[in-house]
Design a protein around this ligand. Structure first.
Ligand code: ADP
Ligand code: MG
Length: 543
């Protein structure tokens, strides 16, 4: 092609294409879901940009158009969205933004075949799914506010070209040169059934060209605006997968309309699985804010950070459509919505924590997101006690996680403190000599091994009038309890302690005999100083 420049894919993209095309062959139809989702995202993006820049306004009949051409063996997906300029074509379609192929490859080989297609969306590599059905993909794109259009073209085998092109109006065409064994994807009936399955909830009109006619292919209604009774479980799940880029079944689906001072509709989901890169993701809630069905932003922080695993949308009529970023930060409407939504999610989690019949579900939820929820005990004074009440902990009592209330019910009559020990992992903790004195006296100790466990106990300080005490800092009231007689001669300590002090010198603050130990000879403690786990965290962060 004249004026075309040749570019190599990044090595990652090359490997990825190979993986996608070969590992997902049996689920090829998902390419359409991915391309339609991208078209919808680009349309949302343009609508948002147009709020502050009228020159980017969408045409009144903006849509996503699917056009199969059997004779030319082309399938084109067109949108009126934000488009891509030359640099963005190269960056977005020639490199991998979100995560590495290695992680993707590992997940893909571990996943059950039926779970594999879901990994594509989750890893943000949806565009490349086009190469499952096409032996060449052309992308022609023009941005609103520019007359320039560019064409990206590739056979998915290591390189792509970029060349100047033309496009009548802003937007993007994805043109697939359909493979000889993928005829079905030129068939309007087949395409329609795929759209119905994957994209019904997309709030942009999707049309399918049949002969000379553009026929509607989706309902185009915002799912959350429908009455609950008209929504099937499958539709909820599909919508959840669409907003979250996750592909499990939701653990909880919360759909309600709030009326009163602030009116809004919310459709929120608690995932049943933890996303593979959850800990690397940003700490802000990604719940989508809509105003009168229109997507506005996913960074309005509609939920506190300790509920950032919750996915979904909140749609309100109480904000203007052209709401600005500054306004989002200061409006009392959002503050009220935040409060109401947080309360509702909190109630749901509490109900599930107390639902003994479905304890397994909550146990899994806690495995997945407990470490995040516990951040709330630290950060959120309003919910601190409630969160502490539903938290689950490992302890020396049994292999099953316990609540603080259950711990208290097992406390000795003379016991005043809730004892805990923090460390990097549960196994080392369970074997710690620090526990000996407590074990020997039958006093339970909580074993805390999540990073946030170094922080919240100090903030919580006490629960139901029982003080939380780290046993690496003090042995609390251990003397009060009957202990088994230690073997050997206690008097020997009189000679040993000064000798040890002398030998260790400046390295330790003090050496003392202790009631903590039964079988072990020595244990390190940090009485009066920060908790041992906290010290490690401080060292790690260079403090
Ligand atoms: P993801 O959608 O998860 O970011 P994809 O591989 O599906 O990953 O798409 C990569 C990127 O390419 C998108 O983030 C977007 O920036 C860009 N893109 C894809 N399709 C379009 C489109 N139709 N219009 C504008 N940009 C697009
Ligand atoms: Mg995508």
């Amino acid at each position: 092609v004249q004026g075309a420049e040749q570019h190599e894919f990044s090595a990652e993209v090359g490997r990825l294409l190979d993986l996608v095309v070969h590992a997902l062959y049996s689920e090829r139809e998902i390419f359409l879901r991915e391309l339609v989702a991208n078209a919808a995202d680009a349309s949302d993006k343009r609508r948002f940009e147009a709020l502050t820049d009228a020159s980017k306004a969408l045409p009144p009949n903006a849509s996503i158009r699917i056009h199969p051409d059997k004779d030319a063996r082309l399938l084109t997906i067109s949108d009126d969205g934000a488009g891509m300029n030359r640099e963005e074509l190269a960056k977005n379609l020639g490199t991998i933004a979100r995560s590495g192929t290695r992680a993707f490859g590992e997940k893909l080989s571990e996943a059950k075949p039926e779970d594999r297609p879901s990994l594509i969306g989750q890893f943000g590599v949806g565009f490349y799914a086009a190469f499952m059905v096409a032996d060449r993909v052309d992308v022609i794109s023009r941005q609103p506010g520019s007359d320039e259009a560019w064409k990206w073209s590739s056979d998915g085998k290591g390189a792509y070209t970029l060349s100047p092109a033309s496009r009548e109006a802003p937007g993007t065409d994805i043109i697939l040169h359909i493979k000889s064994d993928a005829d079905e994807f030129l068939d309007a009936w087949r395409l329609r059934s795929i759209v119905r399955k994957w994209a019904d909830h997309i709030s942009w009109p999707i049309t399918l060209r049949e002969g000379e006619e553009e026929k509607p292919a989706n309902e185009g209604t915002a799912l959350w605006r429908k009455p609950k009774s008209e929504i099937t479980a499958e539709q909820y799940t599909e919508f959840y997968r669409h907003v979250s880029h996750q592909f499990d079944e939701p653990y909880a689906t919360l759909h309600w309309r709030a009326e009163g001072t602030t009116e809004f509709t919310a459709l929120l989901f608690i995932p049943s699985a933890r996303p593979f890169d959850f800990m690397e993701q940003s700490r802000e809630s990604k719940v989508h804010l809509h105003v009168r069905r229109m997507f506005i932003t996913d960074d309005a922080e509609l939920l506190p950070v300790w509920l950032r695993f919750v996915q979904g949308v909140v749609d309100t009529e109480d904000l203007p459509l052209n709401v600005s970023r500054e306004m989002l930060q200061s409006t009392p409407v959002l503050a009220r919505i935040r409060k109401a939504v947080t309360k509702r999610v909190m109630t749901e989690i509490k109900n599930r924590a107390n639902d003994a019949e479905n304890a397994d579900g909550f146990a899994t939820f806690w495995e997945n997101f407990g470490p995040i929820v516990k951040e709330g005990i630290w950060e959120d004074s309003e919910h601190r006690q409630e969160l502490a009440a539903l938290a689950r902990f490992r302890s020396t009592h049994s292999d099953d996680p316990t609540t603080l209330d259950d711990y208290i019910s097992r406390m000795k009559p003379e016991q005043e403190n809730i004892y805990f020990l923090t460390g990097d992992n549960a196994e080392t903790l369970a074997a710690s000599p620090q526990l000996e004195g407590f074990r020997a006296r039958g006093i339970e100790v909580l074993l805390l091994s999540d990073p946030v466990d170094g922080f919240w106990p100090e903030r919580l300080s006490s629960y139901k009038d029982k003080t939380l005490k780290s046993i690496s800092q003090s042995h609390g009231d251990l003397e009060k309890f009957e202990a088994p007689q230690p073997e050997g001669d206690a008097a020997n300590l009189d000679a040993l302690v000064p000798a040890l002090k002398e030998a260790l010198g400046e390295n330790v603050k003090d050496v003392r005999g202790t009631v903590r130990l039964v079988g072990s000879a020595v244990v390190l403690t940090s009485e009066g100083g920060p908790d041992a786990m906290m010290q490690r965290l401080m060292r790690r962060s260079g403090q």
